[in-house]
Design a protein around this ligand. Structure first.
Ligand code: NAP
Length: 547
């Protein structure tokens, strides 16, 4: 950290201006009357939806629940056009929110936080940015997204490639021209599965490089049904309440039936109906034990494999696409539009890089370990993210007595509730590791965290507390609980980014909380009602600069 003196003091620094940062800033300013500075690395608001402009990008949550619920007028006035919200429309929505609540004045764009150090004597943070800002604040609140640091595999030769290449999470604003081009897409996660059908239509030829075959469910996307929308708007409060008290943050009725207690015929009928309904309904609405019992899960996995065989014309290609090495939904469940159908196109080839990895990127394309060369003009890296911890650890975050977050998390993230970390006083994380976050409909989890943090800050103010820190024991118990719950699920049976398995050398630790949004919310509420158990609270050793 530089030695120059701070140029500014605020009550809180908020890092990021996506869903989380926007709402957090609004809460701090409007409800708590605090001064806050938001730093945002993009030149506009939107976070994930600012960066992910790849073809076909849209959210897998249905649009009517992929939004803020804190303002009834906002809910009523905004109308989504699609069943699922497309990236440009989500970005428009977040810009609308920023304007409607006059939030831009608190945001400094094109600015990344590089360091945040806590000073035990003053009870203050000093925050530095890549633009030379140096600011002190009582609180630091991270709103940095869970999936915001892209990973490009370390394949030799990328520097020598003479064509264009892009990562899906840093897509050029002006778009990429695919017409007449030979394109390679590496990766078949959510970003690959969404972009592949669109790129196939736009390009001359597409080669998909697949490491792990995926289960994906059709979105059954379309325009919003106006009658449905009218009904939603008439019952919005109730619908949002149902989402908040559900396990995954969706207002869907959860099944209480085991996949193993119904006849094969009935089960197939249910799966077929939910396949036709599309999206997360298949996973969340079918059977109660799909995520918990391998035999129950096998019935869903086999149903999807049957669908792949049915959809894909060429049996050899179909065989390559069949996921067999992990159970359905043990990696992030995928939702697609015409993904498997795309392999029936004459201009699309599938390359199995599980058995023949990409060995080199040459000036003209890619070479796999079986000696095959693929000449392409554009390479699309749909290769994912250093999720949940990557963005934290890019920053130099130091807490009490100079403790470094990088050291603390060297064997995997450790937090209390995914909201705070012991020895990092007055720092809160919105949807941090150890919270339901990525296993839920994100705006629902974000709102819960922002509101919980705001209530806590209000409480601290009322009780004249200057410094608050998570207790080590509370954190240890929470981490144990997160692990214990994860062990009971299918999630442990796949090499997924939930476990950090996609990043070479990253500790294999299950990072989100799989116990459900509803259970988690209740626990957070109980902790608040008990006077915020699991936190130590003290007055600062020196008077605070403001208050
Ligand atoms: P991802 O799910 O991590 O998928 C990355 C893909 O790249 C996987 O197929 C992976 O193969 C492959 N890959 C990674 N490293 C590789 C390497 N070294 N060589 C070859 N292949 C490699 O990333 P993503 O698709 O960007 O999605 C990340 C998350 O963002 C999603 O799970 C989701 O939570 C979110 N997201 C959501 C939406 C949406 O709501 N619609 C859209 C996009 C993203 P392996 O499977 O073998 O690792």
């Amino acid at each position: 950290m530089s030695q120059s003196t701070a140029t500014k003091h605020v009550d809180a620094v908020v890092i990021g201006a996506g869903f989380a940062g926007l709402y957090m800033y609004k809460k701090l300013r409007d409800d708590l009357g605090m001064t806050a500075q938001v730093y945002e690395r993009g030149d506009g608001v939107g976070g994930t939806w600012y960066w992910n402009r790849y073809p076909g990008a849209r959210c897998d949550s249905e649009s009517y629940v992929y939004c803020f619920s804190f303002d009834e007028d906002l809910l009523q006035e905004w109308s989504w056009s699609g069943k699922y919200p497309e990236q440009p429309e989500i970005l428009e929505y977040l810009n609308h929110v920023a304007d409607r609540f006059d939030l831009r004045s608190g945001i400094q764009f094109n600015t990344s936080v590089t360091a945040a150090h806590f000073d035990d004597d003053s009870g203050m943070w000093t925050v530095e940015t890549d633009q030379g800002d140096r600011v002190t604040s009582k609180y630091v609140i991270t709103a940095i997204g869970c999936i915001s640091t892209g990973q490009i595999p370390n394949i030799p030769g990328l520097d020598s490639f003479e064509g264009e290449w892009h990562h899906t999470g840093a897509w050029p604003h002006e778009g990429v021209e695919f017409e007449g081009k030979r394109v390679a897409v590496i990766g078949t996660g959510s970003s690959g599965v969404q972009s592949i059908p669109v790129i196939a239509r736009e390009s001359e030829h597409l080669t998909v490089f697949q490491r792990t075959p995926q289960y994906t469910i059709p979105a059954q996307h379309g325009t919003v049904d106006q009658a449905f929308l009218k009904e939603v708007k008439a019952n919005y409060a109730e619908i949002m309440q149902q989402a908040k008290t559900s396990a995954a943050g969706f207002p869907y009725d959860a099944s209480e039936v085991s996949a193993l207690e119904v006849s094969d015929e009935e089960r197939l009928k249910t799966y077929e109906e939910l396949w036709q309904k599309g999206g997360f309904h298949f996973m969340l609405g079918s059977y109660s034990d799909i995520a918990l019992d391998r035999r129950a899960n096998d019935t869903a996995s086999e149903f999807i494999r049957g669908k792949i065989r049915e959809i894909v014309d060429d049996p050899e290609t179909a065989e390559k696409l069949l996921p067999r090495d992990h159970p359905f939904a043990s990696k992030r469940a995928l939702i697609d539009t015409n993904y498997f159908e795309t392999y029936n196109r004459d201009n699309v080839d599938l390359v199995d890089i599980r058995h023949f990895p990409i060995e080199e990127i040459t000036s003209t394309g890619l070479r796999t370990s079986d000696g095959q060369e693929y000449e392409v003009d554009v390479i699309v890296f749909a290769t994912g993210y250093d999720a949940m911890t990557g963005t934290f650890l890019k920053m130099d975050i130091r807490g009490s007595n100079g403790a470094q977050l990088r050291d603390k998390w060297s064997d995997g993230p450790r937090t209390y509730l995914g909201l705070a970390a012991a020895s990092f006083p007055n720092m809160f994380m919105i949807t941090g590791p150890g919270s339901p976050s990525v296993l839920s409909n994100m705006p629902v989890s974000i709102e819960q965290h922002v509101e919980w943090i705001s209530d806590f800050i209000e409480y601290l103010r009322e009780h004249d507390v200057d410094v608050v820190d998570a207790e080590q024991q509370a954190e240890d118990e929470w981490v144990d609980h997160v692990n214990e719950i994860a062990e009971q699920t299918m999630y442990m049976l796949a090499d997924s980014w939930y476990l950090g398995a996609n990043i070479p050398g990253k500790p294999r630790v299950f990072m989100p909380y799989a116990g459900g949004v509803n259970v988690y919310r209740e626990r957070c509420n109980e902790i608040a009602a008990e006077g915020y158990t699991g936190f130590t609270m003290s007055e600062s050793r020196e008077p605070a600069l403001t208050d």
